[in-house]
Write a protein that binds this ligand. Structure first.
Ligand code: DX5
Ligand code: ZN
Length: 220
């Protein structure tokens, strides 16, 4: 069943021009984005390095919308406080596959008054998150292998999104489903129909000639 809630559109600054990050963040804010998605990579959990909390802090000074932190790092438990201290951070998502006690990390994020997110890579079955049901506010289903922007959407992840949507309804859970990787107008529509609530879009928003029109189209 398609979700009746309007989609939350979260442009990923990974695809922005870092040389003018402030203007980029302001631009997508004015264009109607709901959240700013920050992809943090450590060169260990994923084979790429992006940025840390000082860059998120710099971005936060140019927007009034919430920051959505996606930690693609090992030992996220060592860094969550640093990210939660950044003004405007509303949610912090870490990976089930990283080497930490994911339940404890989620509990600490919630205890700080932020939305706690749990993410799974394409190869990780939804079943592996079941022990943590009730302890996260966001389930981030990766629709590409994490590490790089601009990859093609993995259509076979739609089944996982549908399954997550069905399970939360059956179990009466209120978590939001976020999708990340290869999200453009067509794939956003498929994800929304499958039950996703939050669309992370890097390339499609930052490369669009008209960012406001792109965000509107992603939401529909
Ligand atoms: C991938 C990141 C994504 C990525 C999405 O590891 O988590 O957020 O930036 O980029 P696009 O939208 O370009 O696929
Ligand atoms: Zn991301």
């Amino acid at each position: 069943m398609p979700s009746l809630r309007p989609s939350i559109i979260a442009p990923s600054i990974l695809a922005s021009n870092f040389a003018c990050l402030g203007d980029e963040v302001a631009s997508v804010t004015v264009a109607g984005a709901d959240w700013i998605h920050c992809d943090v990579m450590d060169g260990d959990f994923v084979p790429n390095i992006s940025f840390g909390s000082p860059i998120c802090e710099a971005a936060s000074r140019h927007t009034t919308i919430p920051l959505d932190i996606h930690l693609m790092i090992q030992r996220p438990d060592r860094y969550i406080e640093q990210f939660m201290a950044v003004k405007g951070v509303a949610s912090v998502t870490s990976h089930l596959e990283a080497n930490h006690d994911a339940g404890i990390t989620l509990d600490r994020v919630r205890a700080a008054g932020k939305k706690a997110g749990l993410s799974i890579k394409p190869g990780t079955p939804l079943d592996q998150t079941r022990a943590l049901f009730g302890r996260f506010d966001i389930l981030l289903i990766m629709t590409v292998e994490p590490g790089f922007g601009g990859q093609p959407f993995m259509t076979d992840m739609l089944g996982k999104i549908r399954e997550a949507d069905r399970l939360r309804t059956d179990l009466g859970l209120g978590f939001l489903i976020e999708v990340d990787g290869g999200i453009a107008v067509e794939t956003a529509k498929l994800c929304r129909e499958a039950g996703a609530d939050i669309m992370v879009a890097g390339t499609s928003v930052f490369q669009a000639a008209d960012r406001a029109a792109e965000i509107r189209a992603l939401r529909e």
